[in-house]
Every structure is written in C-alpha cells, then in structure tokens.
Design a binder for this molecule. Sequence first.
Ligand code: ADP
Length: 575
Amino acid sequence: MKKRIIGATLLTVVCALLLSNLVGVLMFRNREMNAARDTLQELLILMDAQSADTDADGLARQFHEAAPGKRLTIIDTDGTVLADTEANPEGLEDHNNRPEVEAASATGWGKAVRRSDTLGTSMLYVAKRFADGMIGRASMPLSSIDSLVVGSLWGFVIASLAAVLLALLLARRTANRVVAPLSAVSQTLQGVLDGTGKPGLEEYQSDDELRPILRYIDKLVERLEGYIQSITDERDKVSLILDCMSEGLILLDESGRVLAINRAARALFGFPEGDEDDGALLLTRSRRLREAILECRKKGAPVVLDVDALTEDARSLRMFLSPVGDRQYEGQAVGTSILISDITELKKAEGIRSEFTANVSHELKTPLTSIKGFTDMLSSGMVASPEDQKRFITMIGVEVDRLIDLINDILKLSELESAAIEQGTERSDALAVAQDTAALLTPAARDGGVTLSVSGLSAEVAVPQSRLKELLLNLMSNGIKYTERGGRVDTTIRLQDNQVCIAVADNGIGIPPEAQGRVFERFYRVDKGRARKNGGTGLGLAIVKHITQLYGGTVTLESEVGKGSTFTVKLPLAQ
Ligand code: ADP
C-alpha cells in the first residue's frame, strides 16, 4: 500500500511536470519568436528610413554589419532580388511569390515562418514595403531561437528533478502517516490471535478519518480479550481439576477413539503428552476393556471393571465406565467416560491382610494343637505319675504364655496400624528408656550368658515412653535371643543431623543377606525352629518398624552371618 501511494503520487507529479514543462517551453519559444520578429521589424523600419538615399546593395551590407546573423534582402517591385546578404542576387529567382513578400506588397507588412528555398533551413521572415515601393526583408534562422530554448531546458530539468525529489519525500511521509496506523491495527489483530493483543490504538497519531475506526478496533480487541480471558480461565479451571485428580480420566468418542486424557491417566499408561493414538492403541489391547466399553454403551449404564497388567508396570486398575450422552468435546460427541483408579496398593494391602489372617490362624493353631495334645493325654489317664502330670501342665503353661504373647503382639500391631501418624507432645529420653529396658532384660541376659550395655548421649525424642520401650525391648531381646553365650548386646545413643540414632548391636549369629530385607515382615523368621524355641512370635521387628514409621523415623539393618547384627533406629530429635 505504501508503495502504491508513493508510486501514484510520483506518477502524478511526473505527468504534471512533463505537461507544465511542455507548455512552458512552447510559451518560451513563442515569446522568443515574437521578440525576434520585433527586432527584425525595427531593423526594417530603420532600413526604410535610409532606403531613399542608399543603393540596395549598400543598404543591405550597412545593416548587415550592424545586425550580423540576420539575412537582409532588398526586392524590387517586380520581384527581382536587388541585394541579399547571404546569396548572390543574380542567381536568385523572382521573390514576389514568397508569402511574406506577397503580404508586404499588399498590406505593407508580411510575416512568415518557413523553410528557405535558398538556404535550405527553417527561417523566421519579416518583410516591409519601403516608402520607395521596394520590399525590404529581414530574416533569421529558427535554429538560433531553438538553441536558446534548448539552453533554457536545463533549468526546467533541474527544477523538475527537485520537484520530483520533494514529491517523493512528501509522498513517503504521507504514506507512512496513512499506513502506520494500519500496520498497528494488523499488529494488534495478530496479537489477539497470539493471545497477546492489547488495545491502545486510539492513542495512535492518525488522520481524522481513521480515528473512529481505530477506536472501534480498540473496543473490539478489548471485548475479544475479555471473551478469550474468560474462556481461558474456564479451560484452565477444568484442566487444573483434571490434572490435579489422582484418578485417570479418559473420554472416548462413540467409536471408542480417545478424545481426551488427563495427566494421571497418561502417567498410569505411560504414554507421552499429546499422543492420543497411543492411548487408543493401548485401550484396544485389553479384550475385557473393549467388551466393557461395548457393554456400557449397549446397556447405557455404568460398568465397573478391574484390570491387571494393562500398564507396563502391571498395576491393578479399577475402571468406572459411564455412558455419556448429548455432550461434546471439542466439537465431537463423547461416547464413554472412563474413570481409572490405581488399586495396586489396595490389592497389595488386601493380599497382606489375607496372608496375615492365614499366618495368624497358623500361629494360633500350633500352640493350641500342643495344648489339645497335652490335655487329651492328661484326661485319658495315660500320664499317671504326678511328676509327668506336673511336667505336662508346665508345658501347657508355656504354650499358653506363647499364645498370650502372640495375641498381645497381634493387638499391638493392629493398634499401631490403626494409629494415625503422631505428632504428639509426649517425649522421652532415649538414653533413660534404653537403660530402663536393659534393666528389665538383665535377668534374661544373665540366663543367656550375654552382656548388656547402654551408652551415649541423653537425647529426647518425640515418642511416648511406652512405645520407645516397646521398640527397644524388641531389639534388645532379639539381640539376647540370637547371640550365643559369652556374647554382647550394646545399645548406643548419639545425635546425627538433628536426629537421634539408637543402635542396638550384637555379635550374635547374624542374618543372611537374602533374609535381611524380609525380617521386618510379619511372622518372618530366618530359622523357625530356633525362633520358636526362643519364644519369638515373629512380630517383634514388624512392631519396631511400625513404631519408627509412626513417629517419622527409619530403621535399618546391617548384619553378617556369624559376626552379628546392628539395628539402627533414627528418630527426629524432639523440638
Ligand atoms: P521373633 O519374635 O521371631 O524374634 P522378630 O520379628 O523379632 O521375630 O524377628 C524376625 C526374625 O529376624 C527372627 O525370627 C530372627 O530369625 C531374625 N532376627 C531378629 N533379630 C535378630 C538378631 N539380632 N540376630 C539374628 N537374627 C535376628
């Protein structure tokens, strides 16, 4: 547009200049011709005054000297050329037929512009009838006038070039003034498309005609911005909700193609952002899911489906399929929505629970079977001697104690499991509790020939005394149980990175590497026979792990078979 404005302006200016220069040149030439005619006339008037006293040849030569460059001719009344400053009169034909001579004979004066037959060039002629009847003619070549005109042309050309330059500058300025607001409009509209457009055109310097248009565009942009903002807000709100959901959500169209999928579902299936096709592929991999989608659509009712091994890491998923009617997503009809819940942990917990129930039943059954055997033998009268009867009753007592221990540990564990993570105000001194626990276990240690020691710093942990005692009792008694006579169980308390480290180290039988990861599981025992003989329930370390977790701590184990084990519990220092 800018180019067109400049081009049109320049074309107009150039045409106007050409026209005005042409008219100017013609007028200039005309004026010069008139001036030349006047000069020739004056010359002839002077010649006329002298004509009576001087012969024709002398007259012509005299005035030719005074006005060189002019051709002077004296013609007799019969047309004979008497004198000519440019040609020999004898060789010249009758001049009465020359138009200027004819006119001068008739009216006194004659003028003509024509080609000279004698000289062969274009000439300006003026003729006068002298008082004595002869015709005097003065002429000059047109070329002398034309060379004057050509000389003046330079002035026209320079002035025209200056005018064109000026016009170019003015045209550019005008074009900029016209085009700049339009560029601003286009930039603003582009900004609206990119989402960065801001009104502000009204303040733009522009011509009066453009100002209302800019104002309207400003209003339009403002309104559009409002619409876009509200749509963006709405969309952000929805995607925030969808992305914050821990459940996966997939929308399928009526043919089962994935229309939308939220972040949780992508993460579950492990497919990349923006690649809906992968999702479609993955969904069609499960025959059960395909059937469930069909069933949901056919029945028009929700369907719940549990699927394993659909994801790469074989997670257990529960899918709630619901039919969707009359709803559109980005212009496409939605057929089914699938809400996906990761129930891997739930399934694991269910598994652990049922395994625990089986284990508990088994653990309870063993002592009960023994008790039943002993009581059967006693009641059948097979055990006759009072010593044997006493021995049997003592054995029943041992099994009952084992049962009571087992039930107590199960109760403790279930209490710990149902307790929420505690940030209680109760606190206890780890060193003092460790010393108390060691004192409690001194008889057992003495019986087992094991030396117990407690050392280190006094440090408070945010754990109730009873729970810390329970934890230490389990670790220290394990140390005593699984250490040969003459061995040691050393408990040390120290501070590390704002945490209280309680290490219970023994130089007992140790735990093989493959069992080290499992000793914290319920009912797991490395050596069942030995553990049972020692009166272990298989729940001690599970209780230790639960207590440390409940109070934001950790428990680790380092052990080597034949050298001993060190259990390290780290608990946050009470603030
Ligand atoms: P238990 O009541 O059988 O001792 P725990 O849960 O306390 O049950 O321990 C689980 C198993 O870990 C034990 O049966 C034993 O095999 C092993 N264990 C625990 N503490 C020690 C230790 N200090 N040294 C060697 N083995 C141990």
